[in-house]
Design a protein around this ligand. Structure first.
Ligand SMILES: [Zn+2]
Length: 485
């Protein structure tokens, strides 16, 4: 595969041994004469490298085993690449341990070969000749390129140092199914590349840039690479999304529920390219939750809102798109309004597209059959050849009806639930009792930027990755990262 970066190869005399370093013996017998000075190839790579925290903080470890079947280059580097030091080891397994507040490398014999790992310090880089073959194993999982560590509180933060394009290949399939259409995967690759580049130093307290979770982007290394996502990465190599001449932070999420939001309606910053709009291409994703008034009262106490016992909670403001802008809790001593992302965190909601105590929205929006009488008995069931099951039910009024099993809801007078075996994503048991609040909605995610399932739908309709990105990030352009490095 073509690489966007250049590898400068320098041949320098090997004359300096850094303090604390021990040379691995160079292989001999390749025909060099004894008169020639000892020499070795020093490599420099000025690609953009990201430092990915694999384990840190509460998951920091006591030792890291790093394996490379082609041995290691010992390099020094930062986000702007690395330069090989004057040592190359022939070891295929090295161990990093904390020692004297430093991450220190020991070889298979337990001999310390270097200290001072971390940003600006040493990195163990796979020594495979072709950069595309640089694979290593870090504590049992496979990654591309290199490994290093920093020390916090006597424990090791485990870091994969990886070239930006390689990183994107380890992200796309985790953030969007690898079976998604190519143009959607390409939009995701451009978004992941842009976000990755803009997140340099995001977690600098631990000595790395990005974590591997949804807090940044989900990254699992080599295991996440697939032909389809690799193709998407290759076809967009070096491409990033720009706005106003700068690379943008490309926020994305799974389902819009029908509308996106202005960034400042969720967080604090108004980003010109993240404007709320009705999403013409959304897929429905339903969810429901419910709370007792006691639970809502406790939530207000936890948030320091002294409004007494909560008696009701209601939507008091919506954006023009329908997304909820404000929810107000009314208590015996006062009321409290919550806005922005607090709406999701306080009520445990998946999206801003929801209704409270709205039976029409909850049960009937898509023509679902509902049975809300106090007592219901299933009196018959049938299974057709195509596997679709229907059931006949008798309601409290004595009437018999037949409904699709997947549409059936059963009430005991207090709770409504789906029968076992007809799972619909996101639905949970929901009460209809008046002293319990139930909330149902559509969508999954913060609502800012590109909904990935909508990107899939656009690709299925024939839109290309640029059209998809420009629809959800208004006013943006596709640029090349080479202009920003
Ligand atoms: Zn993070």
């Amino acid at each position: 595969m073509k690489r966007m970066t250049k590898i400068a190869v320098l041949v320098l005399a090997m004359c300096v041994m850094a303090a604390g370093l021990i040379f691995a013996e160079n292989a001999e017998g390749d025909g060099e004469t004894a008169e020639e000075p000892a020499s070795q190839t020093l490599l420099t790579d000025d690609s953009t490298y990201l430092w990915i925290g694999l384990q840190y903080g509460s998951s920091a470890v006591d030792r890291i085993t790093v394996k490379s079947s082609s041995g290691f280059l010992i390099v020094k580097g930062n986000n702007k690449g690395w330069t090989e030091t004057d040592i190359t080891t022939d070891s295929t397994t090295l161990t990093i341990v904390p020692s004297g507040g430093q991450a220190t490398v020991v070889d298979e014999n337990g001999t310390t070969i270097l200290g001072g790992m971390g940003n600006g310090g040493y990195i163990l880089m796979s020594a495979a000749e072709d950069p595309e073959d640089r694979l290593i194993t870090i504590n049992g999982s496979r990654y591309r390129d290199g490994a290093t560590a920093t020390v916090t509180g006597g424990k090791l933060n485990v870091i994969n140092v990886i070239e930006l394009e390689h990183y994107v290949r380890g992200v796309v399939a985790n953030e969007m199914g690898y079976t998604y259409p190519l143009e959607a995967l390409k939009a995701q690759a451009i978004a992941a590349r842009s976000y990755g580049f803009m997140s340099i130093n995001k977690h600098k307290n631990y000595g790395f840039d990005l974590c591997t979770t949804q807090d940044c982007q989900v990254y699992r290394g080599y295991v996440s690479e697939h032909d389809s996502t690799d193709q998407a990465c290759a076809e967009t190599e070096g491409l990033v999304l720009t706005y106003d001449g700068k690379i943008v932070e490309t926020y994305y999420y799974a389902y819009s529920g029908g509308a996106t939001l202005n960034s400042e309606d969720v967080w604090m910053n108004a980003l010109g390219y993240c404007r709320g709009k009705v999403d013409e291409y959304y897929s429905d994703y339903r969810w429901a939750v419910h709370y007792t008034m006691d639970e809502l009262t406790q939530e207000m106490v936890n948030r320091g809102k002294n409004i007494g016992d909560v008696q009701s909670v209601q939507i008091t403001k919506r954006h023009s798109t329908g997304a909820v802008a404000e929810v107000t809790f009314v208590g015996t001593k006062g009321s409290a309004a919550i806005t922005k992302s607090t709406i999701l965190s306080a009520l445990g909601l998946k999206s801003f597209m929801f209704a409270i105590n709205d039976e029409q929205f909850v049960w009937n929006k898509d023509g679902m059959a509902t049975v809300t009488d106090a007592s219901v008995s299933v009196i018959g069931a049938s299974e057709q050849d195509d596997g679709v099951k229907s059931v006949s039910v008798i309601g409290a009024d004595g009437g018999v009806s037949t409904v699709s099993a997947s549409d059936l809801r059963i009430s005991n007078g207090t709770m409504v639930s789906m029968p076992q075996g007809t799972v619909s994503p996101g639905w949970t048991d929901s009460p209809v009792s008046s002293d319990v609040v139930y909330i149902a909605g559509s969508g999954w995610g913060h609502g800012v930027g590109m909904p990935q399932t909508s990107a899939r739908n656009m690709a299925d309709l024939g839109f290309n990755c640029e059209q998809i990105l420009k629809y959800y990030y208004e006013g943006t352009e596709i640029g090349n990262i080479a202009d920003f490095q």
